[in-house]
Design a binder for this molecule. Structure first.
Ligand code: ASP
Length: 335
C-alpha cells in the first residue's frame, strides 16, 4: 500500500508568526516530515515513523515540545506525550514529566516495555531513569525562561484569575475570523503530533507537548489521553489533535474523527465534522486535527487562524507544508 504521513506543529492564532519565524517554522515542519518519510519509504513501520517525527520536533526547540516546551505558572516544564499502535490497539503515554529529553520516546517505552498504558510524574521519571532514557539538564532553555517572565508580568497585570484566563482560552488562541491577540499570558498551542499508515496498512499516531503555557502545575491536557489527543485503529483510521486540551478532552476529538470515518466520511470531511462538533459546544478558535483514513487518505481541519502541517505520501519527492487555511499545498500530492 502507498504509505502516508501527516504531521502538525500546533493550531493557534499564530500572531507572533513574522516572516523569519514562519521560515524557521516551515523548515522545522519539513525536516520532521522528511525524517518520517524516510522511515516509511524504507518499508519501516507507522509507529517508528510517528515517533521519529515527534523526536525531531522535540529536539528542534521551535515547537512547544521537548526543548521548546512552554512553562507552568510556577516556571517549570511538565511534558505529556503518547503513542498509539493501531494494529494492536495498544497505547503508551507519560504525563507531567520533567527533565526528560524526549517524552515521546519514554511513552513508547511505556507501550513496549510495561504492562501499563500511562505513567505520570515521578513514577514516569523513575521508569525513564531505570532504562537510561536521556535527560536534558538545560531545561528550560534561556529563551523559554525569558518568555515565561514576559507572560508572568502579563498575568500579574491581568485582573482575571488563572481559572478565568483558562476559561477564556478560545479567545486567547484566536479563531479563524477574529483578529484577537494570542499573546496573552495563557495558552499558545504549538504541540506537535503525527499520524501515519505504512506500506502494510498499519496505522499509528503519536504526539508530544509542554502543554499550554502558564498552566497550573499538575495540569494534564488532551495530548496523552487516548481518544482525545490521539486514536488509531487499523482498518478504521488514525487521528491526532492540537489546541485547548480542555475542549478536546470533553469532545474525545480523535475518537470522534475515526467514528466519523467508520460511518463513511472521508478523512477531511471527518475532521471537519469533529471540529464542527467541538465548535458547537465550546465556540471557535479552539483546535485542529489531522487524520489518515483506513486506506491512507490524508485529511485535516482547524478553526484557529493557522495550523502548521505537513504531508508526505509514497511517490512524493518532497513533503508539502502549510500553515494557513486555503494554502494550495494539496496540489503537491500526486494522484
Ligand atoms: N493540546 C495541548 C494541551 O492542551 C496544547 C496544544 O495543542 O498545543 O496541552
Amino acid at each position: 500500500m502507498r504509505p502516508t504521513l501527516m504531521l502538525h506543529g500546533g493550531a493557534g492564532s499564530m500572531k507572533s508568526m513574522d516572516d523569519p519565524r514562519e521560515r524557521m517554522y516551515r523548515a522545522a515542519l519539513r525536516e520532521a516530515a522528511v525524517a518520517g518519510a524516510a522511515i516509511l519509504d524504507g518499508g519501516g513501520s507507522a509507529v517508528d515513523a510517528v515517533v521519529t517525527v515527534n523526536v525531531v520536533m522535540e529536539d528542534s526547540g521551535v515547537f512547544n515540545a521537548g526543548l521548546g516546551s512552554g512553562l507552568t505558572a510556577d516556571g517549570r516544564i511538565e511534558m505529556d506525550a503518547a503513542v498509539m499502535d493501531g494494529t494492536e490497539q495498544d497505547y503508551g503515554a507519560v504525563a507531567a514529566v520533567e527533565g526528560v529529553a524526549n517524552p515521546v520516546v519514554l511513552a513508547r517505552h511505556v507501550l513496549d516495555d510495561t504492562p501499563h498504558c500511562m505513567l505520570v510524574g515521578r513514577g514516569a521519571e523513575a521508569f525513564g531513569a531505570s532504562i537510561s532514557v536521556p535527560l536534558r539538564p538545560d531545561f528550560p532553555s534561556a529563551p523559554r525562561i525569558a518568555e515565561w517572565e514576559r507572560r508572568k508580568a502579563l498575568m500579574s497585570e491581568s485582573t482575571g484569575s488563572l481559572a478565568d484566563q483558562l476559561a477564556a482560552l478560545g479567545g486567547v488562541l484566536g479563531d479563524a475570523s477574529s483578529d484577537k491577540d494570542s499573546d496573552g499570558p495563557v495558552g499558545q498551542a504549538d504541540t506537535v503530533g503525527a499520524v501515519a499508515m505504512d506500506d502494510r496498512g498499519r496505522l499509528a499516531s503519536a504526539l508530544t507537548t509542554g502543554g499550554i503555557w502558564m498552566k497550573m502545575p499538575g495540569r494534564v491536557g488532551d495530548s496523552p489521553m487516548i481518544g482525545a489527543g490521539l486514536w488509531s485503529v487499523d482498518g478504521q483510521g488514525s487521528a491526532c489533535a492540537t489546541g485547548t486540551g480542555e475542549t478536546i478532552l470533553r469532545t474525545l476529538l480523535c475518537r470522534e474523527v475515526v467514528d466519523q470515518m467508520r460511518a463513511g466520511k472521508g478523512a477531511t470531511e471527518a475532521c471537519a465534522a469533529a471540529i464542527g462538533l467541538l465548535e458547537s459546544h465550546f465556540g471557535s478558535g479552539m483546535a485542529g486535527v489531522i487524520a489518515v483514513g483506513p486506506d491512507g487518505e490524508p485529511g485535516y481541519a482547524f478553526h484557529t487562524r493557522g495550523m502548521g502541517r505537513s504531508l508526505w505520501m509514497g511517490g512524493m519527492a518532497e513533503p508539502a507544508c502549510g500553515i494557513w487555511p486555503g494554502e494550495d499545498w494539496d496540489r503537491a500530492v500526486p494522484g
